[in-house]
Design a protein around this ligand. Sequence first.
Ligand code: COA
Length: 443
Amino acid sequence: MMRDKKDKPWKAEYREKLVSADEAVSHIRSGQRIVFSHAAGESLVLSDALVRNRALFENVEIVHMVAMGEAKYCEPGIEIHFRHNSFFLGASTRKAAKEGRADVTPVYFSEVPELFRTTLPVDAVFLNLSPPDEHGYCSFGISVDYSKPAAMEAELVIAQINPSMPRTLGDSFIHISDIDYIVEADTPLIELPPAGISEVERAIGKNCASLIEDGDTLQLGIGAIPDAVLGFLKEKKDLGIHSEMISDGIVELYEGGVITNRRKSLHAGKSIVTFLMGTRRLYDFADNNPAVELHPVDYVNDPYVIAQNERLVSVNSCVQVDLMGQVVSASVGRRQISGVGGQVDFVRGANMSRGGKSIMAMPSTAAEGRISKIVPVIGEGAAVTTNRYDADYIVTEYGAARLKGESLRNRAKKLIRIAHPDFRRMLAEEYEKRFREAWSDDE
Ligand code: COA
């Protein structure tokens, strides 16, 4: 919540607000809702202090998107104290959700700030910030996304001031006068090393990269497939970035002169993102770098803002695609495994962008080749993430299928051709049943 600016010099205010982590969390009350900074931006100093002092609280709701730490607040036996409410399950929170100890709230990433202004009012927020500059402004660093909007709404703002947090630029600052309690601690940020890339992922990366042209503006998600795509872009020219997040692979393309942002139709010369997730290399690259701006997620992920980038190409990943082009990304059958994140925000933005493309990239099989990801019908209980009206390109290691503007019959044909060969017969039988036409492999 924006506080009234006091006349006091900010340095005196800073000193008055300094407390230990244990004291800071003692201001939380049972039954309150706390929002944690997103992903690698989480303050582990504050979340650990909360768990350490759990005897003080009952029924505290912890709202978080991707938890990258250990998420001790949703371990078995702790439920009386904390209830985790996730917008996107990750490795450390999937089990808690599966076992009924955590909740999942479906929400587009772009709409999270509006939830905090309406149906999910924020009692407290835990932040991880850079030290203040000479004017008393701290940067949200690697997590601006919903962290800044949550801080603007929260009744109580508790911040770790962390010299390891880069001072990222953009709409990424908060003034000391808007913070209630300050905890000084220099602790390493959470890092996510680049994923190892398999042969299948390399082939998918190559197929995606063949759809990307000089001068395009890119959105890339996290993981091996986006990293594999980046590996095939080294010969391209003047690429731009307007993406929910970036990871280490981007740094190399900057240094190689591939990403210049020169031809962007919005924010020319700048990469626009809402959070960073990678290693120290990425965090150092973004530190005080005017070529990279972080803005809140209700700006970066707003489909109308995304669409102002001409030739916006989005690359996201999924779990299952049916023969109509319905895309499942966040559940395996009834089991929720992740969340929608910014997928639909960017699919819609790319669809509205002049010359834009949205790519859904996945290996053709799961479970070591035992399961086809292209299926006649989606798994029972699974939720469609990107619907068939929005789906554009589907890419596997066997090629790319453009679905936009294609009939259901042609969609099925194109998808069967990029399915794993072991499953094409099964899918062809479904094709014959559905379209009363013998399957033919000819184009
Ligand atoms: N049938 C059965 N199981 C399947 C499956 C299928 N069709 N597809 C995947 N799985 C299983 C995997 O075997 C794996 O199981 P495990 O955890 O027991 O090993 C699990 O589901 C996760 O699959 P994996 O391929 O390892 O996922 P990933 O970590 O590469 O992430 C998504 C892929 C789709 C989950 C992830 O990209 C996502 O959540 N996307 C939606 C959000 C998004 O796109 N955001 C974009 C902006 S960042």
